[in-house]
Design a protein around this ligand. Structure first.
Ligand SMILES: C[S@@+](CC[C@H](N)C(=O)[O-])C[C@H]1O[C@@H](n2cnc3c(N)ncnc32)[C@H](O)[C@@H]1O
Length: 446
C-alpha cells in the first residue's frame, strides 16, 4: 500500500482502467471501520464480521441488522458523524454513506494515512473492492469486473453458484454459499418465512404448506427433522431441500443461512424457509427478514403455532383460565451468544424456552425472584411429536426430575397456574407423566 497525498480525484481521473489484484486477505482481528449504516454499509460490515474483523460502524443511524450486531457486541457502533480521528489504528475503511462528497473525503483521509479503503459510491476509485463470492467448503470463488459492473459480476457469480449446486453432494454440510458484495442481482425470487408449528407435521397451517409446495428451495430448521418433510409429502428429488440451523447456533451460522437464502432468491428462485413454531417467537425470523429487506428481496411471513402454546395446549395445560390464570409470560433461558438470562417476567404463569442444560440456574433465579419453591411446574419435551415426554413437579424438584427422566432439548418449562391442572380425557393418557409434588400446591409468590 503506497501512501500518497496527491488529490484522489485527479489521480484516478487519469486512469482509464484500473486493474485490481485479486487477493485473499485474513481480516481476523483487524480493526476495520465502515462509515455509513445503510444498505451498503450493512452488507460490507456483515461480511467483515463474518470473517472475524474487529468492526466499527460510524453513523448516527444504523440498520436493524447492524443494531442487533451492536447489541450482541459483534461490532462497535460509533453513533456520530465521521471525523478523521476515527481512522486512528484502523487497517481498512469502507466509505458507504449516501453523501458522495463525504465518501470522497473519507477516502482521501484514508489514502493520506496509508489505509486501504473501499469507496462504495465509486468502486473504480477504491483501493479495495469486495468481489461477488460463492464457494463450497474451503473452495472460494471471487468474481469482479475491476469495479466497473457489479451487476455483471453478480450475474456471473450466480451462474457459477448454480453450476456448483449441481456438483455431487459429499455430505449434509456440503452446499453452496453465495453472497453478493458488489450489488444484489436483478432476477430476484421470493422468500416465504413459514412457521412449521411445534413439530407434528399436521400442525402446520394450510397457507404454510401451500408455500412449501410452491417453492423451488425449501430450507428447514434442523430441529424439524427429515420425518417432518416426508410427512408433508415434500419430495427432495423435485426441489432442493436442506436442513439448516435452529436453536443455539455456532457464531456465523445465521449469516451462513442468510447467505444461502439470499443466494437462492437472488437466482430468481422461490424459497420456503421453514422454522420451528412461530418465526417471530424466539425464532430469529426478524433477523432473516431484516436481512432480506436490506437486500431488496420480496418476502412473506406465514405464522405458525408456537411451542409455547402448542406443546402445552396439546398436553392439556391451559395457559389462561377465567378464575386464576389471567396472564402468562414467555421468555428464553438462553440469550444471544448463549448468555444466561437473569431476568424473568412476573405473571400468573411463566413459560421458559431453551431451558435444557440450565434448568438448575433457572430454578435458582426464579426462587430468588420470589417464586415459591412449591409452585407447580411441568416440563414438556418434544411436545406434539413422537417420543413426547412430560414431567410434572414443582419448582423445588423439577430440575432433579428432569435429570432423572433424561429430559432433552427441545423442551419447555411452564410454571404457575398453567401447571396446576391437566385437562385431558381419561382415554387420552398416551404420554409418560411423572407427578412428584404431592399434596396441596401453593400458587402464590411471596
Ligand atoms: C429457538 S426456540 C424457537 C421457538 C419457536 N420459534 C416457537 O415458536 O416455538 C427453540 C425452543 O423452543 C422450544 N420448543 C420448540 N419445539 C418444541 C417442542 N416440540 N416441544 C417443546 N419445546 C419446544 C424449546 O424450548 C426449544 O429450545
Amino acid at each position: 500500500m503506497i501512501s500518497r497525498t496527491t488529490d484522489l480525484e485527479d489521480d484516478h481521473a487519469s486512469r482509464r482502467v484500473r486493474r485490481f489484484l485479486t487477493l485473499g486477505i485474513d481480516v481476523a482481528g483487524l480493526k476495520c471501520v465502515v462509515v455509513g449504516g445503510g444498505r451498503v454499509g450493512t452488507r460490507k460490515a456483515i461480511r467483515l464480521i463474518e470473517h472475524g474483523a474487529n468492526v466499527v460502524v460510524c453513523s448516527p443511524q444504523i440498520s436493524p441488522s447492524l443494531l442487533r450486531a451492536a447489541q450482541e457486541r459483534r461490532l462497535a457502533w460509533e453513533r456520530r458523524p465521521y471525523g478523521p480521528a476515527l481512522l486512528r489504528g484502523v487497517r481498512f475503511v469502507v466509505a458507504a454513506t449516501d453523501d458522495k462528497a463525504l465518501n470522497l473525503r473519507i477516502a482521501r483521509d484514508a489514502e493520506r494515512r496509508g489505509i486501504p479503503f473501499c469507496l462504495a459510491s465509486d468502486r473504480s476509485r477504491s483501493r479495495v473492492i469486495f468481489p461477488a463470492t460463492c464457494g463450497i467448503e474451503d473452495l472460494a470463488i471471487a468474481v469482479h469486473t475491476n469495479g466497473r459492473s457489479p451487476k455483471r459480476a453478480t450475474e456471473v457469480r450466480n451462474l457459477i453458484s448454480r453450476l456448483l449446486c449441481r456438483l455431487p453432494q459429499q455430505g449434509s454440510d456440503l452446499r453452496v454459499l453465495a453472497r453478493s458484495s458488489e450489488s444484489a442481482g436483478t432476477d430476484k425470487g421470493k422468500v416465504y418465512i413459514v412457521g412449521a408449528g411445534p413439530g407434528a407435521a399436521d400442525l402446520i397451517t394450510v397457507r404454510g404448506l401451500r408455500a412449501i409446495r410452491s417453492a423451488d428451495v425449501v430450507i428447514f430448521d434442523r430441529i424439524l427433522g427429515r420425518d417432518f418433510a416426508e410427512q408433508l409429502g415434500i419430495d427432495p428429488h423435485r426441489r432442493e431441500v436442506e436442513w439448516l440451523g435452529a436453536g443455539r447456533m455456532a457464531p456465523g451460522r445465521q449469516a451462513e443461512i442468510n447467505g444461502r437464502i439470499l443466494e437462492a432468491a437472488a437466482a430468481g428462485k422461490v424459497v420456503a424457509r421453514v422454522k420451528n413454531g412461530d418465526p417471530f417467537v424466539f425464532g430469529r425470523g426478524a433477523e432473516e427478514i431484516d436481512f432480506l429487506a436490506e437486500h431488496g428481496i420480496t418476502f412473506e411471513v406465514i405464522p405458525g403455532i408456537s411451542s409455547v402454546s402448542g406443546a402445552l395446549t396439546a398436553a392439556g395445560y391451559a395457559l389462561t383460565s377465567r378464575e386464576h390464570g389471567r396472564s402468562f409470560a414467555v421468555t428464553s433461558a438462553q440469550l444471544a451468544g448463549g448468555r444466561f438470562n437473569e431476568h424473568y417476567p412476573k405473571a400468573d404463569s411463566l413459560v421458559v424456552l431453551m431451558v435444557v442444560g440450565v434448568l438448575d440456574r433457572v430454578v435458582g433465579r426464579l426462587v430468588a425472584d420470589g417464586w415459591s419453591p412449591e409452585t407447580p411446574a411441568v416440563i414438556i419435551e418434544r411436545g406434539t411429536q413422537d417420543g413426547e415426554k412430560e414431567v410434572v413437579g414443582c419448582l423445588r424438584d423439577i430440575a432433579r426430575l428432569a435429570k432423572h427422566h433424561n429430559i432433552e432439548s427441545p423442551a419447555v418449562l411452564a410454571l404457575g397456574v398453567v401447571a396446576a391442572r391437566k385437562l385431558t380425557s381419561p382415554r387420552s393418557a398416551r404420554r409418560r407423566v411423572t407427578r412428584a409434588c404431592a399434596g396441596e400446591v401453593n400458587l402464590s409468590r411471596s
